[in-house]
Design a protein around this ligand. Sequence first.
Ligand SMILES: [Cu+2]
Length: 393
Amino acid sequence: MTSLLIIVVLVLLGIAVWQLTKIFHLTQVGTAADADHSEVANDRDNNVNGYIMFGFLGFIYIFTIICLWKFGHLVLGTPASEHGPQYDNLMAISMALIFFVQVVTQFLLHYFAFKYRGNVNRAAFYYADNDKLEFIWTIIPVIVLAGLILYGLYAWTNIMFLEEDKEDAVYIEVYGKQFNWEVRYAGEDGMLGKANVRFIEGVNTMGVDMSDPNAQDDITSSELHLPKGKQIIFKIRSQDIIHSVYLPHFRVQMNAVPGMVTQFGFTPTVTTAEMREMPEIMNKVANINQIRSAKSAELIAKGESPLDPYEFDYLLLCNKICGQSHYNMQMKVVVEDEADFKAWLAQKKTLGVAVKESKSSDTKQPESVEIPEAPVNQDGAEADSTAVAQIIR
Ligand SMILES: [Cu+2]
């Protein structure tokens, strides 16, 4: 509300200044004999506009250089997946092309606006058309864009084509909901059990159908561990609305859509430990920790507890604005050697065991409070809801 008021005040102030300058102009009429009040641009006006055009060109170039210099290091570094370099290549080619075209066309646009600025001694020449020129500036973008699209399609099929029944692929279900992720490993049989939102109950938070034999050895986790060098196949579901599975370091993104299963297959190539040793990551971490220690000093001065130092970890993020806590919808990802991955998975309980255990502990609890059944009227219908609420309370 305050910002709206500020905007309204600024607009009104602008209008007031504009009106004042108009009044000022009116008071100047006839004061100087040689003044030009014709409202038609003269050579001086045209020159000023011509040089402003050049100035603006300089502004665009300088702004671009400053941004590249200041923020260039923020782009994602070494990709941590097999298809990553190909993806980065496509990105680099597209960006280089855009950059080149932008530099050249902006120069031509502003240079010609300057060169052919208005001049009282020069009349505009009407130039109908030129087939040769039009052919050239049509065919060049056609060839360049066709090349880019063909290369893009080639990269797309390479990345998205999945050899589904590859023997040693690791099948992992990624389940998105407001506002966190859960993952489920296929277990020994390599088959994920069926799931449906209606089966969600107690520890079975992903709605796995426990009557499905394939579901018994499935393993759920709140941390995503991936073995290095193995093909990972994500089967992606959503509980509520559209989310998006986003693993920037692996160049992976796929939407999680309620009511359907989407998928993405990739192979991680760099373990978390190896990534932490990379100079670019070490630099970033050092930078973040510098900011953190400065912030910690402030906090300590205020008598609050300091921040923990940051350590690099891969992250699974949500890349669809899915609600209030979207910004915090993330999961830690650990890439490790296959032996470590297997050891980690082996110490996890299977879903069959976890569900059984939670059921037996439910029945054993002696202090569990029985909720009285809703009173039933003589005709069999439930009493009105307020009465039920009171009894439960
Ligand atoms: Cu989300």
